[in-house]
Each structure stands twice: as C-alpha cells, then as structure tokens.
Design a binder for this molecule. Structure first.
Ligand SMILES: [Zn+2]
Length: 192
C-alpha cells in the first residue's frame, strides 16, 4: 500500500464518521420532536407515544397515541402520523421518508410502515412485549416482503423510556390515591 492510498483511506473514514455524526444529530433532533408529540398524548391521558415523519429534511406530519379518546384501537402515534402524511403528500406511498417514533412499533404499525413504503424507521425505546421491529418479531425487515425498511433503534432511548416509565409511575400513584380515598370514604360511612 502506498502512502497516498493510506491517506485516502483515512480521509474516507473521516468523511463517513462525519456523515454519521451529522445523521445522529439529525436523528436526535427529530426524536425530540416525536417526544413532544408524545407529551400531547399524555396531556390527554393517553400512553405517551409520539411520531413524526420526515422527508427531505422537513417534518411532513406528526402523530400521537390517541386510541382511548378516539375509541380507535388503530389510533397509535405511527398510524396517526402516516394517515396525516398521506393527506399532506396526497399519496398513499410515503417514499424516501423517515418515521421517527419514541417506542418500537407494534405489528399493526410495522405493517403500515411496510405498506406505505417508508424507507427508514428510527425509534427510541424497545417494546419488550409487542415490538415488531426486531424485539418480539421483525416485520419491517421480514425476508418474505419485497419492501424492507432500514432501522435505527435506540435513538434518545433513555429519554424515551423515561417518558413512558414516568407516565406509568404517575398513573400507579394516582390509582393508589383514588383507592385510599375510596377506603377512607367507606370507613367514614361505616361509622355513621
Ligand atoms: Zn402500533
């Protein structure tokens, strides 16, 4: 190997890592927007999961989990986001786009991601119970499907996990408080 060859290799390595750093920064930035969408779900008493769809560096749509409020089991953050993106782009295919979501998609959402031809999926926390992007099952990269989605897992993972954990902690506490209050009321009534 000549000197110039080794220099070229080094420069190529530097370039790829710089590109990777830029991508990682962009991923974090959009994941934070997805977390803001998740906060909207929480405001409505829903499990805080949020998503944004990005195409050509711009946010096309956002969605948050709204299943309880809409009486719609399909109203997951990803589905809401995908539906809105289709309307914005006036296309049922969401080619060359990236979906950012705070929690690993379930089988339904992973299926919708494949159907809409989203090219890349970036998610925060793994879903140990229903994750369909590699944890429980891998629908987005299934061998049998024509379309395979590029997956980046674990972006802002700690923050995304904490957003969910904090919600469930608060909810347990609230339920406990309601129970304690009911017990107190029952005791008071019994005394009369
Ligand atoms: Zn889902």
């Amino acid at each position: 190997m000549s000197d110039s060859d080794s220099t070229d290799t080094t420069q190529a390595d530097k370039f790829s890592s710089a590109a990777e750093i830029a991508q990682a920064n962009e991923d974090s930035r959009f994941m934070m927007m997805a977390m803001q969408m998740a906060a909207k779900a929480e405001e409505k008493g829903e499990v805080p999961v949020g998503a944004v769809l990005v195409k050509d560096g711009a946010v096309i749509s956002g969605g948050f989990n709204y299943s309880i409020g809409l009486h719609d089991p399909s109203a997951h953050a990803e589905m809401q986001c995908i539906r809105q993106a289709g309307k914005v782009l006036q296309n049922y295919r969401l080619l060359d786009s990236t979906l950012y979501v705070t929690l690993e998609p379930c089988a339904m959402c992973a299926g919708a991601i494949v159907h809409s031809r989203i090219s890349r999926l970036v998610f925060g926390a793994n879903d140990e119970k229903t994750g369909a992007a590699g944890t429980v099952i891998d629908i987005v990269r299934h061998e049998a499907f024509n379309h395979k989605v590029e997956v980046t897992a674990g972006v802002c993972e700690a923050a995304c996990s904490e957003q969910l954990s904090a919600f469930f902690r608060r909810r347990r506490k609230e339920k406990k408080a309601v129970k304690a209050l009911a017990k107190l009321a029952a005791e008071e009534c019994a005394k009369r």
